[in-house]
Design a protein around this ligand. Sequence first.
Ligand code: FRU
Length: 424
Amino acid sequence: MKTTTEKFGATPHQPSLWTRADALKVRADDPTTTQPLVSADFPVLSNDVFIWDTMPLRDLDGNVTSVDGWSVIFTLTADRHPNDPQYLDEDGNYDILRDWNDRHGRAKMYYWFSRTGKNWEFGGRVMAEGVSPTAREWAGTPILLNDRGEVDLYYTAVTPGATIVKVRGRVVTTEHGVSMVGFEKVKPLFEADGNLYQTEAQNAFWGFRDPWPFRDPNDGKLYMLFEGNVAGERGSHKVGEAEIGDVPPGYEDVGNSRFQTACVGIAVARDADGDDWEMLPPLLTAVGVNDQTERPHFVFQDGKYYLFTISHTFTYADGVTGPDGVYGFVADSLFGPYVPLNGSGLVLGNPSSQPFQTYSHYVMPNGLVTSFIDSVPTDETGTQIRVGGTEAPTVGMKIKGLQTFVVAEYDYGYIPPMLDVTLK
Ligand code: FRU
C-alpha cells in the first residue's frame, strides 16, 4: 500500500493531511477550545425518545433556515425502553446506559419544530416504517430547496451496507405547527468504491456516511462532503513521512497507527438536482492519526473554507490523543490545501473531567455550535453518570483566521434561524 500522497498523486487535487505532528499539538482543557461543563441537572427534550445527531434545516449555502417563522431540526432518534424487561438490570432497575448504547441499531430520522429556536416540539418520524431500505437511518442533512417547501433529505442508509441516499418531501406549516409530507421514495446515490474510499469488504470497521451537500460559493457547483476511510485492505496502509509530519526526536514510532485511516470525502454532482454524483479523492486524510472524521461540514467565512468534523478519543491512533469534540481545518479554496485550525485541529473538545458530556457538534455559519448530551458524571469520581440523549447547551464561538475562540454559552438546543423563508 502506498502512502496517502503517493496514492492520490495523479488526481486533480492532493488530499490535505492531518498529520501526527499536528495532532501532537492537541491540548485538552485549553479554555478557548473546551466546551463549558454541562451540569448534570440538564432538562431532557423527551422522556420517550433519545435524540443525538442534530441536523438543522438549511439551504444549500449552509444558512440555517426557518419556514413561515418555524425553526425545524431533524434528529437521529430512538425509543427509550424504561419498562422493557430487556433493559432491566438484576435489581429490576432500568439500565438506561445499555439502552442508550444500543441506540445506533434502531436510529430513525425524526423532526422537531419551534417558534423560538429552542424548546423544540415533537414533530414525528420523517419516513414511515418500511420506506427506508435498511435497518438504520443514520446522519445526513435536510435541505430546503425552494419557497414551495420542498426538502431533500440526504442521509445514510445503513445495515446491510452503507449507502448515501436521498428522499424528497415537503415541509408544511400552519399557525399551530409543522408537518413533513412525502418522503416516500428513497433514492440510492452512491457507496464506497474500494478505490478512493474503503469498503466493508476491505475493513469490517469501515465508515461511509453523513452526507453534507452544499453549493460552492466560488464555482456555484453542487458538491457533497461525507465521512469515509481511505481505500485499501485493513492493515495495509502506510504511515510514512508525510503522515507523520515534523515530529520531535523520540516521536517517530507510529505503533499500530496504520489501522486508523479516516478521511473527509467529497463528491460532485453531475446534474443540477443532485441525483447523479461522482466521488472525488478525499479533501482531508487522517491516516495514522484517527479512524473517524464524522459529520464533516463547512462554514464559508471571510472568503475561506472552514471544514469541521467530529471525532473521538477512542478513534485516535497509537501515540496521539485528543478529546471527543469538533476539529477544524481551513483553506483558501475548496480543494485545499487545508491546515488545522489552532495548529492542532482541535476546535471544541470536552473537558477532561467530563470526557463524554457532549458529542456530534455542528458549527453553524453564525458561530453557534450545537451538540447533544451523551453522559455527565453525577459524583466526584465519575463512576455515576446521567445519560443524556438530549440537546446540549449551544456554544458561541468566534472564527478568526487560523484560530477559533469559545466566547459564549446559550440555552439547551438553541438553534436560531439565520433566514426565514415564507412559503408560497
Ligand atoms: C455521529 C454518528 C454519525 C452516524 C450516527 C450513527 O454521532 O456516529 O457518524 O451517522 O452517529 O448513530
